[in-house]
Design a protein around this ligand. Structure first.
Ligand code: AGP
Length: 613
């Protein structure tokens, strides 16, 4: 997704913008640019490629100025090239604008502006918006803030924008609708960004701009915010919980590896204050007011995308086993367009690491409009989804920079486990001894994840054997079927090897035709309800010369005699196996991708947060 950074203050803007754009690289992009105000002069530098390419492009040229905007573009309208990169200007050349989102009605607006004499350089929807603002400012004789407000009133779509005007270099105007925008407030300086990562090293005081709001930053008057009715609103300043070191790699080669290894801590942080095994208590303050609605729910709908959808799939097994509530898990993108049946006594759980995924946001709005209670499970505090849901629980996994989601997944599953145990216990579905046992087992998970991480050298050895595979199959049953899906997603999204996750029993209904001695088959075969069945599936693969990499319970000898490789993980109840068995999958994908020379933290074509549909 596009990244936005802007600065107005008394320091040189350029280094702040470039460093900020680097903080946003994890969002995924294909070109970058900056605009600097040098008194009444507006300088724009932009090009296809990475931030480092932009710096080379600028090298030796003037970069002074204490007001500026910066952008990393993830192409939606028009191919990645220098002309389509942001910032964009209007006809007068007075304005520069950066944008994250999509202007859906840009085509008719562009035609109208062409009739009014405007000519366009790029293929982008963004350039249409800046021409519209430019046209209104000149035809109506209004200031930048009013021109932005009038222009946005005629725009349909999603946007987070920042605009500057060389006629008034002490003002910056920002606005948002459906795309995230945060404003940092320092000592006599202001920052705008798509999220807090470029801001946290400068100030912890931030304002989250709400949908439909316009922020006017004036060097002389400070920050003013207007809502959709053009009424002035007092900015609500919150203090960031994020810390700068969380944004660094901490000695690891990649953010993804750091985040895989952070999981003992991130799961512990997710449990902290919520789980008390000795007292037999689960406390989820964020949904306290809705516990009874949860207990009485006739159905739970879970919506999400990608890895978050896989976490939701684990949630289905958890809620149906522990709370005996029927669960339906939906791709948010499918849910939002199929006119689903949603009732007022439905609980909808929306899962999203970023809290900004457009499809998940839209699914929430639809379900909310039909009277359901929406519970969010997000990782980013103050994110859009966290703010539009009725209640929710943060995963507290800390910033997840790697595009491939790892610690967010285990934290999401941890929250779902806590919810299912709490509701099940309140519904009297869980006997005291079983409930206590499960709480203690959950409490032991961080240490067990740490033990699995000790297997990294063995996992790296296995990754080296299969790094050149063209395809891979992932098999699981019950609770580990979603883990098979997640393992396959990890491999394909960072190593570009085609991989499929399947319920182990389904293999006979087609995929078994794919098995040959070139096909690595990753199987989760831990001791539990489906163990014997999975062993049979392994024998079916072996009979067709498939290569078997099995994740087994410590001490297993049966599968050890069948598989080409076994990775042992500590014993734990079926319901908690996803939290342990996903870790070898994450590490295998990571090491294969590194061995294949892939860009692990920023895989091609991918964005960390898909804020457009
Ligand atoms: C997972 O590794 C991917 N990065 C992607 O599938 C991601 O899970 C999906 O886009 C949902 O993102 P969210 O959790 O921020 O909503």
């Amino acid at each position: 997704m596009c990244g936005i950074v802007a600065y107005l203050g008394d320091k040189e803007a350029y280094p702040i913008l470039i460093n900020g754009l680097r903080r946003l690289e994890y969002r995924g992009y294909d070109s970058a640019g900056v605009a600097l105000l040098q008194g009444k002069d507006l300088i724009i530098y932009k090009c296809q490629g990475k931030v480092s390419d932009l710096e080379s492009h600028i090298n030796g040229r003037s970069t002074t100025g204490s007001v500026g905007i910066g952008h990393t573009r993830w192409a939606t309208h028009g191919p990645p090239n220098d002309v389509n990169a942001h910032p964009h200007q209007g006809t007068s050349g007075d304005l520069a604008l950066i944008h994250n989102g999509i202007i859906e009605n840009y085509a008719p607006i562009k035609e109208e502006l062409k009739h009014r004499g405007h000519t366009f350089r790029s293929d982008t929807d963004t350039e249409v918006l800046v021409h519209l603002i430019d046209d209104i400012q000149r035809s109506e004789g209004v200031d930048l803030a009013e021109a932005v407000r009038l222009a946005l009133a005629s725009v349909v779509g999603a946007y987070a924008i920042v605009v500057v005007d060389r006629k008034d270099p002490d003002v910056m105007v920002a606005a948002r609708k459906s795309s995230p925008l945060v404003i940092g407030i320092g000592e006599g300086e202001f920052f705008c960004a798509s999220d807090a990562t470029p801001i946290v090293e400068h100030t912890k005081n931030v304002v989250y701009v709400e949908d439909g709001e316009i922020a006017v930053i004036d060097r002389r008057k400070g920050l003013k915010i207007r809502n959709v009715k053009n009424q002035e609103k007092t900015p609500f300043i919150t203090e960031l919980e994020m810390h700068l070191e969380a944004l660094e790699k901490g000695g690891y080669d990649h953010f993804m590896l750091k985040e895989i290894h952070e999981q003992p801590r991130s799961i512990r942080d997710c449990l902290r204050g919520r789980l008390n095994p000795s007292k037999g208590e689960v406390m989820l303050g964020g949904i306290k007011d809705y516990e009874q609605k949860f207990v009485n729910a006739k159905r739970i709908l879970i919506v999400g995308c990608g890895t978050s959808w896989h976490a939701g799939m684990v949630g289905e097994y958890l809620f149906e086993e522990f709370a005996r509530i029927p669960v339906e898990v939906e791709y948010a993108s499918e849910f939002r367009y199929r006119n689903p049946i949603v009732n007022e006594d439905d609980i909808v759980i929306a899962i999203s690491q970023s809290g900004e995924t457009a499809d998940t946001l839209a699914a929430i709005e639809l379900a909310k409009g039909r009277g359901a209670t929406i519970i969010g499970i997000c990782n980013v505090v103050g994110s859009s989804i966290a703010r539009v849901t009725h209640a929710g629980s943060y995963t507290h996994a800390g910033p997840e920079i790697g595009v491939a989601s790892t610690k967010a997944f285990t934290a999401q599953v941890t929250v779902l486990t806590l919810m299912a145990l709490m509701i099940g216990q309140k519904k009297g579905m869980l006997s005291g001894s079983n409930f206590y046992r499960l709480l203690n087992e959950l409490d032991a998970i961080p240490d067990k994840v740490h033990k699995v991480l000790q297997k990294e050298a063995q996992i790296k050895y296995i990754a080296d054997i299969y790094k050149d595979a063209a395809n891979a199959l992932y098999l699981g049953r019950g609770y580990t079927f979603p883990v098979a899906l997640e393992g396959a997603l990890k491999l394909k999204e960072i190593s570009y090897i085609h991989a499929e996750g399947y319920p182990a029993a389904e293999m006979k209904h087609g995929p078994i035709a794919l098995i040959d001695d070139a096909m690595p088959v990753f199987v989760i075969a831990t001791k539990g309800a489906s163990y014997e069945k999975v062993v049979s599936n392994i024998q079916e693969v072996k009979a067709r010369k498939g290569k078997i990499i099995a994740i087994v319970t410590e001490g297993d000898t049966v599968v050890k005699g069948l598989a080409d490789h076994v990775i042992e993980i500590p014993e734990t109840p079926d319901a908690l196996v996803p939290l342990l068995s996903v870790v070898p999958m994450q590490l295998i994908s990571y090491h294969i991708a590194v061995m294949r020379g892939c860009n692990v933290d920023q895989p091609r074509n991918l964005a960390k947060s898909v804020t457009v549909e």
